[in-house]
Unconditional design. Sequence first.
Length: 202
Amino acid sequence: MDNGTEKLRLRFEKTGRAVYISHLDLMTTMQRGFARAGLQLKYSEGFNPHPLISILLPLSVGTASVCELMDFRLLTEAENGDIAERLNKALPEGIHVEAVYPAERKTAELKWLKLEGRLEYDNRTAARAAEALNTFFAQETLVISKKSKRGFSDFDLIPAIHKLTFSAREDEVTVKTVMTVLLCCSLICASGIRLRRPSRSA
């Protein structure tokens, strides 16, 4: 199939030692992986051309994921299955390509993320923490002050949360949620919680 001018979407895992690769280093790692695999990326035009690749949701260092998405374009022709196979031979341990397919949906349409995580506490029991968290997020509104380039503004978290539950398990609290990409980015950056995203197509 001639996909040399088509925008493609790559779904990959970032686990193991690869969780300590920063977002910028991951971009470089992926570019080198394409080069080693003999797959020529398309570049932008202008005075400072750069590869046309973008990772849809940058992860914090130390965060594992089984469903990362990256858009890219190729100059060369290759079957989507062949692209995945060649990249897996060229990428380092902990980065594994699951699928390559046409990027039919726009990035803006990928609004909701399904996530699971674990919270550990030193000074309280898991049961008490889970009960307190469930009560806190059961409020009809939860307005916070959000800082931006234009200053501070009020932001209600509740509309950005489709589903959120906390359950106690031994000495930790399990979090299961479906929330917007924007809120997810904010929570990860603010708390450093390690989240594991279940596989899904987009």
